[in-house]
Design a protein around this ligand. Structure first.
Ligand SMILES: Nc1ncnc2c1ncn2[C@@H]1O[C@H](COP(=O)(O)OP(=O)(O)O)[C@@H](O)[C@H]1O
Ligand SMILES: O=c1ccn([C@@H]2O[C@H](COP(=O)(O)OP(=O)(O)O)[C@@H](O)[C@H]2O)c(=O)[nH]1
Length: 239
């Protein structure tokens, strides 16, 4: 089974805490020991937002801000690599071929951002499509996709299940500025739709939830189900 996990910066690095990174690395290593082939994509978190805010005040344009964001995601990727054992590719992959090669030879590959105009959500969706992953997991700071921002609207309701095309509709009105918050970005939603990738969006604050979702499909977030697929995938039934 091949899984791509997107660990949002809000989950891995809201601030710098070695213990939190270690806990996520432990789960990734556990999954690898269970025979799961893994790509991990990490976001920029609070540090990226602080840099982006400061650079915006200094007059940087959105592409320059994205470039700063990408640099920070790659620093966070290095942090996760530092916490992972010998089965990780020690290089932060800067493109999908590099990540795919590492995953195919049995290493865990870690990526950050790759280009302006998107977020690491899109990187994770493209990597999942490129390596023909069985499953894409977004570990973010909200427990799934809601019909409004749950941190702002007390009446926001979580979708237990969404088609990819409905996901696109929910995400489309959200901001695309550097540092914006959304459970997944619009390009990611479009890539999930075209690749028909089975996807889970969950609260990754407790990394155990990533483990349960990857190994058993159990979680309390949102399932993005490819249209026309009703059955549970066979890799979960086998466990
Ligand atoms: N419709 C929505 N459903 C879920 N979360 C949303 C929604 N709209 C906005 N958000 C916000 O998006 C945040 C996740 O974005 P972000 O902090 O960038 O996460 P990550 O670090 O995982 O990329 C959530 O904490 C939530 O406040
Ligand atoms: O391929 C990428 C990945 C990231 N970013 C920039 O880096 C920021 C931080 O990345 P991300 O949003 O994925 O981090 P998170 O929200 O998970 O903290 C984004 O807002 C973008 O400005 C980018 O331009 N291209």
């Amino acid at each position: 089974m091949r899984v791509v996990v997107s660990i949002g910066g809000s989950v891995l690095a809201p601030d710098l805490d070695a213990r939190r990174v270690e806990d996520h690395a432990d789960v990734i290593e556990h999954l690898a020991r269970e025979g799961v082939e893994l790509g991990a994509v990490v976001g920029g978190g609070g540090v990226a937002r602080d840099y982006i805010t400061a650079a915006r005040d200094l007059g940087a344009n959105e592409v320059q801000l994205d470039q700063i964001g990408i640099d920070v995601t790659r620093i966070n990727a290095r942090l996760l690599i530092a916490a992972l054992g010998p089965k990780v590719d020690p290089k932060v992959a800067h493109d999908y071929e590099g990540a795919g090669d590492a995953i195919r030879r049995g290493d865990i590959s870690v990526m950050g951002g790759v280009m302006p105009g998107q977020t690491t959500d899109a990187v994770a969706a493209a990597l999942a499509e490129y390596v023909d992953a069985d499953l894409l997991i977004y570990a973010t700071s909200a427990d799934g996709v809601f019909d409004a921002d749950p941190n702002v609207d007390d009446d926001a309701t979580r979708y237990e299940e969404l088609s990819a095309s409905k996901l696109v509709d929910v995400i489309a009105p959200m901001s695309r500025d550097a540092g914006a918050s959304a459970p997944v970005d619009l390009l990611a939603a479009k890539l999930i739709e075209r690749s028909r990738m089975r996807t889970i969006v969950l609260d990754g604050t407790d990394p155990e939830s990533i483990k349960q979702a990857a190994l058993h499909g159990e979680h309390s977030g949102t399932d993005i189900i490819p249209e026309g697929t009703d059955d549970e995938p066979s890799y979960w039934a086998q466990r």
